[in-house]
Design a protein around this ligand. Structure first.
Ligand SMILES: [Zn+2]
Length: 111
């Protein structure tokens, strides 16, 4: 390899040394969560909100509203938190001003 290649590689390695190890920023975790949920919804039906509750998981306030609303089962299997408003805040801020219990985006903020 050339000296230039070695120098570039060393600079790259030095740059990574400057990155503090630790948990990923909350907004990065939120974007990854959104992408994983979107991908999962494209390949299979998500669990319904009732199934989520039956597993002992919490629902956020919007999920609870949809769970009791007179809508079809297909709506109850959507990722409601994708549109509940918390996603947009969570994907943009590392400490988003959201505190609703049960919302996965709040849980990501606190993890
Ligand atoms: Zn939510």
């Amino acid at each position: 390899m050339s000296d230039q290649y070695d120098q570039d590689l060393q600079r790259l390695a030095d740059a990574f040394d400057l990155i503090e190890p630790g948990p990923a920023p909350s907004r990065v975790k939120a974007k990854i969560y959104s992408a994983l949920m979107r991908q999962q919804a494209q390949t299979r039906r998500l669990m319904s909100l009732s199934e989520v509750r039956a597993r002992g998981e919490k629902l956020c306030v919007f999920e609870r509203l949809v769970q009791i609303a007179p809508v079809g089962q297909s709506v109850k299997s959507l990722n409601i938190c994708r549109v509940c408003g918390m996603r947009a805040l969570a994907e943009r801020f590392d400490d988003p001003p959201i505190y609703w219990a049960g919302c996965p985006y709040v849980d990501l903020k606190n993890s």
